[in-house]
Design a protein around this ligand. Structure first.
Ligand code: NOJ
Length: 753
C-alpha cells in the first residue's frame, strides 16, 4: 500500500472511531465502566402504573429493576416527591447511580390544560403555540418531569382517525411551523435549565395516514408523497433541535416503523442529521410479533439494528438482547450506540450534575395552574375557536340577553379538557354556563340538557374509559326536549352546545360516522323550528360532517375541546370581548364518502368541475370541494384585500421574490386576519398539488385600518421533492394566491427561468 493510501486509511479509521464516540467525555467514561446488562438496562423504559396506560401491559417489579440497573427511564410518575423517590432508587441503589429520564405525555398542557392540539393549530399564531409549550414545560418540570412525548406532528387528512385531534391538521407547511414552535417552547434555549424539558417528536412516521382512518392501521404511500406531504413536520422538528423521536405503530413499505432501518437510520440520522435518541411507542417492539415479523427476540433485534434506542414498556430489549448478542444477531456496538444516545440525553438535561433538579417541592404550588397560566389558557382557547357561520350577525350576543343555554356539555366539566389530557384534572375546568355567568352577570341564562350526547349506551360505555364523559339520562328524550323547548320559548336566543364528547376522538377512537350524534341532531332540528335565533357551539376533536346543520339558519362557533378555561373563553367570544380569529387547519368534508378531502389535492388529467360532467374526475352525488375549506374562519368584522403585487415577474432558479397585499378592516370593530399565501407550480416533472400553503401572517387591524402585508418568499418555497427525492425547483410558471382561505383566486404569477 502506498504511503498516501495508508494515511487516508488511518484518517478514515480515526474519523469513524471518533464519530462513534460521544463528544461528551463523561458519557464515554461512564460507558467504559458499564456491563452489557447495564447498557441494555438503559434502553428500557417502564411505567409503574397509576397513570393512564395506552396498552395492555403495565410494568412490574419496577423498583427491583431500577436497583438492578435495568431501567433507563420511567413515565406515568409525577410529583416532585414521587419522582425523587424513584430517582433516589436509581442514584443511591444502582451500581452506577445513573439517573432516570422521566417522561410524560403533555401534549396540550400539563395541569393548565389548553385546547386540543388541533384547536391550538387553528390559532395560526406561532407565538401562542410556543407559549403553550413553554407553560407546559414550566408546569411539568415543576412536577418532576423532564421529557415530553410531544409534539405530535402527524399530518392527518382523514377525520375518521381519532388522533387527528392531537396534531396540527392537514398541511405540511403549517404543521412544520407548529412543530418548530413547540420544540422551541419545550426545550427553550437551555435544555439543562430546570424549567425546560426534552421534546420528543412523534409518531415517526406517517401515523396519520392509517388506512380507512382506523387507528394503528397499515400505511402505504409513495416516497414522493411522503417527502412532499407527510415528512416535512418531523424534519422541521429535527432541524429545530428536537432531542428525541418516537417511532410509530404503523408499517411503512411493509416494515413497522419501530423496526424500519430506512426510516430510523437512513432517513432520520443520515439524511436529516438527527443526533438524539429514538424511543418506541407503547409496546410497539412487541407488536411487531402481531405484525408478522417473528418472535420477541427477532423483532427486538430488528428494532435495535434499525436504529431504535429505547423500548417503551415491552421489555423486548431487556429480555432478549443478551441472547441475540450471544447468537451473533446483534453486536455489542449496536447496544453501546443506543445506550450512548440515551446517556447523552440525560447529560444534556443536566441529570448527571443534579438528578434532583426537577424535584423542588416548593415549585408546584407556584408554577402549576397559576393565574398567569390560566389566563394564557383562556386566551389560547379563544384564539382556537373558529366562527363557521354567523346567521344575521347574531353574534356577538348582548351581555344582557335572555339566553336559553342548552346541551349535555353546556353545564359540566367532564368534556372540557379534550382527549389525551392525562395530566390534567377535570375538576379545574370552567363549565360553559359558569363562564357565561361570570362574563355577563347581567344576562339571564336558563339551562336545560335537551338531549343526551348519545342515546347509544354501548357507545357511551366505550367512551367512558378514562372517566364519565357520557351519561345516558334516566329522563326520556321527550322530557329533555320539552324542557329545552320551554326554555327556548322564553329566551331571546338559544345557545346550544353540541357535538362530540372528549373521548369520541383520540387514541383508538376512530369513527366511521362523523356527524353530530342523532340524539343531538333531533334537538337541533327542534330548536331551529322554534324560530328563535340559534347559535350552535360545536365541540369536537375532529372536522365533522355538519352538512345538515350548515344548511340550517343557525350560527356555528367551533370550539373543539377548549381546555381548562373552556367556559370563560367561550363567553369571551360569544359576548364579543374577543373577536374570533381562528381558521381551520383541516378541510371539513360534505360526507365521509369524500374522505380524504384536502385543499392541495391534485388536479388530475381530467380535472373535476363544479357541476357534474361525464368522464371528469367528479362524484355523481356530491361536489369535489369540501363543505368548508382549509384556512376558513369568520370574524365579527370584515377584511378587504387589494393591490396584490409581486416584486419581479421573472426570477432565476434558486431565488425568491416578494409578494405584498393590502388588507383593510372594513367593519366596525378590531379584529385579526390570517393572510394566507399559496403557490401552484404549474408545470413540473411530477404532478403538482393544486396549490400549497407557503406562508401566512396573522395581523391585527383596528376598525378602518389598512396594512400592507409583505411575504418574503425564499427559494425553498418554490421547491419540491422530485422522483429522485431531490429537493429542487424547476423552471416554469408559478401562480401565487393570497387571501382568506385555500379557495382564494386572487393571484399573481412569476416565471422561473
Ligand atoms: C401511545 C401513544 O401512541 C403515544 O403517543 C404515547 O406517547 C404513548 N402511548 C405513551 O403514553
Amino acid at each position: 500500500m502506498k504511503k498516501n493510501s495508508i494515511i487516508v486509511l488511518l484518517l478514515f479509521t480515526i474519523i469513524t472511531v471518533t464519530a462513534q464516540q460521544s463528544s461528551i467525555p463523561e458519557v464515554e467514561e461512564l460507558l467504559s465502566k458499564m456491563t452489557l446488562e447495564e447498557k441494555i438496562g438503559q434502553l428500557n423504559l417502564l411505567t409503574p402504573g397509576g397513570g393512564v396506560a395506552t396498552g395492555a401491559v403495565v410494568s412490574e417489579n419496577v423498583e427491583a429493576k431500577i436497583k438492578a440497573g435495568q431501567v433507563g427511564g420511567l413515565f406515568g410518575v409525577a410529583g416532585p416527591d414521587r419522582v425523587r423517590q424513584a430517582q433516589e432508587i436509581a442514584v443511591k441503589n444502582s451500581r452506577l447511580k445513573i439517573p432516570l429520564i422521566i417522561g410524560s405525555d403533555v401534549i396540550h398542557g400539563y395541569k393548565t390544560t389548553f385546547p386540543i392540539p388541533l384547536g391550538i393549530s387553528c390559532s395560526w399564531d406561532m407565538g401562542l403555540v410556543e407559549q403553550v409549550a413553554r407553560v407546559a414545560a414550566t408546569e411539568a418540570t415543576a412536577d418532576g418531569i423532564c421529557w415530553n412525548f410531544s409534539p405530535m406532528v402527524d399530518i392527518a387528512r382523514d377525520p375518521r382517525w381519532g388522533r387527528i385531534a392531537e396534531g396540527a391538521g392537514e398541511d405540511p407547511y403549517l404543521g412544520s411551523q407548529v412543530a418548530i414552535a413547540m420544540v422551541k417552547g419545550y426545550q427553550g434555549d437551555d435544555l439543562a435549565a430546570s424549567n425546560t424539558m426534552m421534546a420528543c417528536v412523534k409518531h415517526l412516521a406517517l401515523y396519520g395516514a392509517a388506512e380507512a382512518g382506523r387507528d394503528y392501521n397499515s400505511v402505504d404511500m409513495s416516497r414522493v408523497k411522503m417527502f412532499n406531504q407527510y415528512l416535512p413536520p418531523y424534519q422541521a422538528a429535527v432541524d429545530a433541535g428536537v432531542g428525541s423521536a418516537m417511532s410509530s405503530f404503523n408499517d411503512i413499505d411493509g416494515i413497522p416503523a419501530t423496526g424500519n432501518k430506512w426510516l430510523l437510520t437512513d432517513l432520520l440520522r443520515e439524511r436529516w442529521g438527527f443526533k438524539g435518541f429514538v424511543v418506541s411507542d407503547y409496546t410497539s417492539v412487541n407488536e411487531m410479533i402481531d405484525h408478522g415479523l417473528g418472535d420477541l427476540q427477532a423483532v427486538s433485534a430488528l428494532a435495535l439494528k434499525a436504529g431504535l434506542d429505547m423500548d417503551m414498556v415491552g421489555e423486548g430489549f431487556l429480555t432478549t438482547l443478551k441472547k441475540s448478542l450471544e447468537e451473533g444477531k446483534v453486536t455489542e456496538e449496536e447496544i453501546t450506540v443506543a445506550c450512548r444516545r440515551i446517556l447523552e440525553a440525560k447529560y444534556k438535561l443536566g441529570l448527571f450534575d443534579d438528578p434532583f433538579k426537577y424535584n423542588d417541592s416548593s415549585r408546584p404550588a407556584k408554577d402549576i395552574l397559576s393565574a398567569e397560566h390560566r389566563a394564557i389558557a383562556r386566551k389560547v382557547a379563544a384564539h382556537s375557536f373558529v366562527l363557521l357561520k354567523n346567521e344575521n350577525d347574531v353574534l356577538p350576543l348582548a351581555k344582557n340577553a335572555k339566553i336559553a343555554l342548552i346541551g349535555a356539555m353546556a353545564n359540566e366539566k367532564n368534556n372540557m379538557l379534550g382527549t389525551w389530557a392525562p395530566t390534567g384534572d377535570i375538576q379545574y375546568a370552567v363549565p360553559i354556563m359558569e363562564g357565561l355567568k361570570a362574563v355577563a352577570p347581567q344576562a339571564s341564562i336558563s339551562y336545560a340538557k335537551g338531549a343526551n350526547i348519545t342515546d347509544d349506551k354501548a357507545l357511551a360505555e366505550k367512551i367512558n374509559v378514562f372517566g364519565l364523559r357520557v351519561t345516558v339520562d334516566s329522563k326520556t328524550s321527550e322530557a329533555m326536549l320539552k324542557e329545552a323547548l320551554d326554555n327556548a320559548a322564553k329566551a331571546d336566543v338559544v345557545v346550544a352546545v353540541v357535538g362530540e364528547a372528549s373521548e369520541m376522538t383520540g387514541e383508538a377512537a376512530s369513527r366511521t360516522d362523523i356527524q353530530i350524534p342523532e340524539s343531538q341532531k333531533v334537538l337541533i332540528r327542534a330548536l331551529v323550528k322554534t324560530g328563535k335565533p340559534v347559535v350552535l357551539v360545536l365541540m369536537s376533536g375532529r372536522p365533522m360532517d355538519i352538512s345538515e346543520e350548515f344548511a340550517l339558519p343557525v350560527s356555528i362557533l367551533q370550539i373543539w375541546h377548549p381546555g381548562v378555561e373552556a367556559g370563560n373563553a367561550v363567553a369571551d367570544v360569544l359576548f364579543g370581548d374577543y373577536n374570533p380569529s381562528g381558521r381551520l387547519t383541516t378541510s371539513w368534508p360534505r360526507n365521509v364518502g369524500q374522505i380524504p378531502v384536502y385543499y392541495s389535492m391534485k388536479i388530475t388529467g381530467r380535472p373535476g368541475t363544479d357541476t357534474f360532467q361525464k368522464f371528469r374526475s367528479n362524484y355523481l352525488d356530491a361536489p369535489n370541494s369540501p363543505l368548508i375549506p382549509f384556512g376558513y374562519g369568520l370574524s365579527y368584522t370584515d377584511f378587504e384585500y387589494s393591490g396584490l403585487k409581486i416584486s419581479k415577474s421573472e426570477i432565476g432558479l434558486n431565488s425568491g421574490v416578494q409578494v405584498s397585499v393590502n388588507v383593510k378592516n372594513t367593519g366596525d370593530r378590531e379584529g385579526e386576519e390570517v393572510v394566507q399565501l399559496y403557490i401552484r407550480d404549474v408545470v413540473r416533472s411530477i404532478t403538482p398539488p393544486s396549490r400549497e400553503l407557503k406562508a401566512f401572517k396573522k395581523i391585527l387591524l383596528k376598525s378602518g385600518e389598512e396594512q400592507t402585508v409583505t411575504f418574503d418568499l425564499k427559494p425553498d418555497s418554490f421547491k419540491f421533492y422530485n422522483s429522485e427525492l431531490e429537493f429542487i425547483a424547476e423552471p416554469g410558471t408559478f401562480e401565487i394566491f393570497v387571501g382568506k382561505d385555500a379557495t382564494t383566486d386572487r393571484k399573481v404569477t412569476v416565471e422561473m427561468k
